[in-house]
Structure formats: structure tokens, C-alpha cells
Design a protein around this ligand. Structure first.
Ligand SMILES: CCNc1ncnc2c1ncn2[C@@H]1O[C@H](/C=C/CNC(=O)c2cc(-c3ccc(F)cc3)cc(O)c2O)[C@@H](O)[C@H]1O
Ligand SMILES: [Mg+2]
Length: 214
């Protein structure tokens, strides 16, 4: 029977990466996507920008919207301080199942909480279910038309504090026009565009980093 792309990506991790070595998992996925099949991971070029933001923020609490196969989840978690917590939301059960195995292979299960469900349902429950007050860093990489509504929802739920950082993938390709318009014109955010390329291609894409001003 036909395998899925996430299944083939996981097989590449299990074949080429070292158990317990997150960077080898990241490398194995990037190699798979460059040599075998393109997939919508943030990738190695934008991944370096992601790494620098994570290192600079040094967050105690991180929320990721859209786990997919766990590439950016592993990439972020590998840079977190010891007691930090990363919560990642994924509503496709098949993708969640693959991501759990990628995260396990990287040995990062104790830093990452993968929640199977939709961001709209779970953002309002973050405080009661996970004892989260506010997030220091949010990585947005799910459906592009959900970045804006979910950002407004996080504001309404009081999950952002003065200094919280939002980092959004794909603001050029596929693009998130309504989110960019909002975040760049809102007096409550200070934004910065990091120009890069769409993962594994020469097309333009970039990350938008926004600081919530409270
Ligand atoms: C309903 C909204 N809430 C959600 N809550 C939880 N998980 C969600 C949600 N949305 C989507 N997801 C999950 O996130 C993932 C979706 C990511 C969407 N990403 C993209 O479409 C994307 C697409 C491209 C792209 C760019 C150029 C192309 F020509 C083709 C594709 C590049 C990227 O980097 C991308 O991130 C899936 O695993 C999906 O199940
Ligand atoms: Mg993306």
C-alpha cells in the first residue's frame, strides 16, 4: 500500500539520524527534502533565522501553531533552556502521529507537549489545561488564513505579555496578507521582516518577527 510523504520523511529520520541527536534529525529531514521530496518544513535557511530568534529570546514558554512532522518543533526545542516548555498544536491525527515519532527519535519528548487539536479550540484552554500564564515566543506555521484570527484570540485570552515575540513563517510564500497588514500597522506591535527563501527553493519567502508591546 502507498505510503504518505510524512511517513517517508519519518523513515528517512529513522534511517539517517542518530537517536537522541536533534540536530541530526533536522539534518536528515533537510537532506530528504532537498534530495528526495519537497515538504513544507521551515527548512534550513529560514531555520537559521528561527534558531537565532530562539537563542536571543531564550524562552521559558513556547507555542507552535502547526506541528506538521515536527521539524521546527525539534529545531526550536533543541535550543531551549532546561526547564522550558514547548506546546505544539496539530489537528491532523496522521501528522501528529508522525511528529510524535520524530520528536521521540530526537529524544525531546520531555520538553515538547504535542496537543492534537485545532488552535482555535486550544488557545482558550492554555491557562486551565497547561498552567501557562503567557507565552514568551509563538511560532506561527499553520494554515495561513488562521494567523490573524489566532493572533487576535491569543491577545483576547491574555496569552501575550509585554515583550512576547511572534515569529511567523511564509509571510511572502504562500503569504499571509491580512496578518501582515494587521501586525505592521497595529500600535501594539513592533515588527521586523527577515527576508529569506521558500524552503529548499530559490523563491522569496521570509519570517516576520513581531514584539507585543502590551
Ligand atoms: C484550523 C487552524 N488551526 C490549526 N490547528 C492545528 N493545526 C493546524 C491548524 N491549521 C493547520 N494545521 C496543521 O498545520 C500544518 C499546516 C501547515 C500549513 N503550511 C502551509 O500551507 C505551507 C505551505 C508552503 C508552500 C509554499 C509554496 C508552495 F508552492 C506550496 C506550499 C510553505 C510552508 O512553509 C507552509 O507552512 C498541517 O500539519 C495542518 O494539519
Ligand atoms: Mg511554513
Amino acid at each position: 500500500t502507498q505510503t504518505t510523504r510524512p511517513q517517508r520523511m519519518l523513515a528517512a529520520v529513522q534511517k539517517n539520524a542518530t537517536r537522541g541527536d536533534p540536530r541530526s534529525v533536522v539534518k536528515a529531514i533537510d537532506q530528504f527534502c532537498r534530495q528526495k521530496e519537497w515538504a513544507m518544513n521551515v527548512g534550513d535557511e529560514k531555520g537559521c533565522i528561527l534558531d537565532s530568534v530562539v537563542t536571543e529570546v531564550n524562552p521559558a514558554t513556547v507555542l507552535e501553531l502547526g506541528t506538521y512532522c515536527g521539524y521546527s518543533t525539534v529545531r526550536i526545542a533543541s535550543l531551549l533552556p532546561p526547564d522550558a516548555k514547548l506546546i505544539t498544536l496539530e489537528f491532523n491525527p496522521h501528522n501528529a502521529a508522525i511528529a510524535r515519532q520524530v520528536i521521540a527519535w530526537a529524544g525531546l519528548g520531555d520538553k515538547i507537549q504535542l496537543v492534537e487539536g485545532a488552535s482555535g479550540d486550544w488557545i482558550p484552554k492554555m491557562k486551565e489545561k497547561f498552567g501557562i500564564e503567557t507565552f514568551d515566543l509563538v511560532f506561527l506555521d499553520h494554515w495561513k488564513d488562521r494567523y490573524l484570527p489566532d493572533t487576535k484570540l491569543m491577545e483576547e485570552c491574555g496569552l501575550l505579555r509585554k515583550g512576547s515575540i511572534l515569529l511567523a513563517d511564509n509571510v511572502i510564500s504562500p503569504g499571509t496578507p491580512d496578518y501582515l497588514e494587521y501586525i505592521r500597522n497595529s500600535p501594539r506591535y513592533k515588527s521586523q521582516y527577515f527576508r529569506s527563501h521558500l524552503e529548499y527553493t530559490k523563491a522569496e519567502d521570509g519570517l516576520e518577527k513581531s514584539v507585543f508591546l502590551g
